[in-house]
Design a protein around this ligand. Structure first.
Ligand SMILES: Cc1cc2nc3c(=O)[nH]c(=O)nc-3n(C[C@H](O)[C@H](O)[C@H](O)COP(=O)(O)OP(=O)(O)OC[C@H]3O[C@@H](n4cnc5c(N)ncnc54)[C@H](O)[C@@H]3O)c2cc1C
Length: 391
C-alpha cells in the first residue's frame, strides 16, 4: 500500500521537491529502517556510518547557500527531510535537523561573512556540527535570563556555567552559548551568543544518560569553566543573544512539527494496514468496526491538515513573513494532535503495539519530545495568547 503521506505531498509541493522527498524517503527505507531495531536494542547513538551517508546525500547542507558549499535549498527541503526520515525515526532525523535548524541556521541568519566562510562549508557536509546552547539546568522555559555568564577580561570574554539538553553534543565541533552579558539591561537584551569550539580549554561535555526518548540522538550537558574567547566568537550583536535564539527557534519549531507529522504518518499506515490484517469475530478484519475507522479517519484528517498548514508556513518563512505565533501554533498543534492520535492508533492495534518491532511505541515515546522541545507547548501558549488579548 502506498504511504498516505505521499498522496498528500504529491499535490502540495512542486514536482522537483517531491522527487527530492522520494530520494530521501528511499534512503531512509534502505539505510535506516532495517537497522533501527538493533540500534535501539543496543542503545546506540546514530552510527557514524549513517551520519556520513546522510552527509554524502547532502542532508546537512539542505538550506545552506551553494556559495558556502550547501545544496542551496530552502526550509521546505528541511521539513521534507524531517517527514521522510522521521517516518522511521525522529531521533535519526533530528541529527541533521538540529545540526541545520539549530546549528547552522543562527550562523546563516546572524553570522559575519568571516564566520560563515569559516564554518558553513564544513557544516554543510556534516564534517562539523554546531549545537544550540540555550537550555540550562536552572533555565528551561525562562530562557531569556541565562545563568551562564560571559564577563569581560581585558578585550576578551570569560564564560562560566553549564548548558544542558544540547542535541548532537556527542558529534559537536562547536557550541553556540547563550550567556548573560548585561544583567541590568532591559529584558530580552541582557545576553549574547558566542561560538565556542568544543575542544577549547575549559569546555567539558557529558552525554545525558538514561533518556528513553529520541534514543539514537545525542543529548549532552556542556560545562564552561573559565572559558576565554575573543570578540570574534560573538554571534550577532552584543546583548542581542536572545534575539539570535528566538529567531532561530522559528525555523526549529517548523522542523519539530514535521517530526510530529512524520510519526503520525507512520502510525496511520501501520494501523490501517494492521486493521485490515487482524481478524477478530466472524473471520473478518477489525477494520470493519466503525470505532476503529474513526481513529483512522481522524489521523488522516490531521495529517492532511498538518501538512497543508506546515508547508504553507515554510513558504512564509522563506519570504520572511513567518511570525513567532504562527511557528508556535503549528508546533503546538502538530505535536499535541499526533501524540494523542498515536496513542489511539496503538489502542486499535491492541497488545501487539507494546512491542518495539511493531514500531508504534518508538513514535509514541518520541512524540513527547515534540511537545516539550524547542519551547514547551504550555509555555508557548503565552506567545499565542498575546494577540488574543490585544498585546
Ligand atoms: C530530547 C531533548 C532535546 C533538547 N535539545 C535541546 C537543544 O538542542 N538545545 C537547547 O537549548 N535545549 C534543548 N532541549 C531543551 C528544551 O528546549 C526544554 O526542555 C524546554 O525548553 C522546556 O524546558 P524545561 O525542560 O527546563 O522545562 P521547564 O521550563 O522546567 O518547564 C516545565 C513545565 O512547566 C510548565 N511551564 C513552564 N513555563 C510555563 C509557562 N510560561 N506557562 C505555562 N506552563 C509553563 C510546562 O508544562 C513545562 O513543560 C531539549 C529537550 C529535550 C527533551
Amino acid at each position: 500500500m502506498a504511504r498516505r503521506i505521499d498522496t498528500y505531498l504529491q499535490h502540495l509541493i512542486p514536482e522537483e521537491k517531491f522527487a527530492f522527498y522520494e530520494t530521501v524517503r528511499d534512503f531512509g527505507d534502505a539505510a535506516i529502517a532495517p537497522h533501527l531495531l538493533q540500534w535501539e536494542r543496543e542503545h546506540q547513538l546514530v552510527p557514524d556510518t549513517c551520519i556520513r551517508a546522510m552527509g554524502d546525500l547532502g542532508l546537512f547542507g539542505l538550506p545552506v547557500p551553494e556559495e558556502y558549499g550547501g545544496q542551496g535549498g530552502d526550509n521546505t527541503d528541511l521539513v521534507l527531510m524531517g517527514l521522510a526520515i522521521g517516518y522511521h525515526s525522529q531521533s535519526v532525523a533530528i541529527t541533521p535537523g538540529a545540526a541545520l535548524s539549530l546549528g547552522a541556521k543562527p550562523l546563516m541568519l546572524c553570522g559575519t561573512e568571516a564566520q560563515k566562510r569559516a564554518h558553513l562549508p564544513d557544516l554543510a557536509h556534516g564534517e562539523r556540527m554546531f549545537v544550540f546552547g540555550l537550555s540550562e539546568p536552572g533555565r528551561g522555559s525562562d530562557a531569556a535570563n541565562p545563568q551562564v555568564t560571559a564577563q569581560r577580561r581585558g578585550s576578551n570574554w570569560v564564560i562560566q556555567g553549564e548548558k544542558c539538553w544540547a542535541t548532537n553534543a556527542h558529534w559537536a565541533s562547536h557550541v553556540i552559548v547563550h550567556a548573560l552579558t548585561d544583567p541590568n539591561g532591559p529584558n530580552g537584551r541582557r545576553s549574547t551568543c558566542f561560538v565556542v569550539p568544543m575542544d577549547h580549554p575549559g569546555v567539558f561535555y557529558q552525554e545525558m544518560k538514561g533518556k528513553r526518548v529520541w534514543e539514537q540522538s545525542s543529548t549532552g550537558s556542556i560545562a564552561f569553566a573559565d572559558v576565554e574567547v575573543g570578540d570574534d566568537a560573538v554571534l550577532g550583536a552584543v546583548n542581542d543573544g536572545f534575539k539570535v535564539m528566538v529567531t532561530t527557534l522559528n525555523g526549529g519549531r517548523l522542523f519539530v512539527a514535521s517530526l510530529a507529522l512524520a510519526s503520525l504518518a507512520f502510525a496511520l499506515d501501520r494501523s490501517r494496514i494492521y486493521a485490515e490484517e487482524r481478524i477478530q469475530f466472524d473471520d473478518k478484519p477489525i477494520g470493519r468496526f466503525q470505532r476503529v475507522q474513526d481513529v483512522l479517519v481522524d489521523m488522516d484528517i490531521a495529517l492532511e491538515r498538518g501538512l497543508t498548514w506546515l508547508l504553507h508556513l515554510c513558504r512564509l518563512y522563506e519570504d520572511n513573513q513567518l511570525t513567532r505565533e504562527q511557528a508556535a501554533k503549528v508546533k503546538i498543534d502538530c505535536s499535541r494532535t499526533a501524540s494523542e492520535l498515536v496513542m489511539l492508533a496503538m489502542e486499535i492495534c491492541g497488545g501487539v503495539a507494546c512491542f518495539d518491532e511493531f514500531g508504534l511505541i518508538r513514535h509514541h515515546n518520541d512524540l513527547f519530545v515534540t511537545r516539550v522541545g524547542e519551547g514547551s507547548n504550555f509555555a508557548l501558549k503565552d506567545l499565542v495568547v498575546r494577540p488574543l488579548r490585544g498585546r
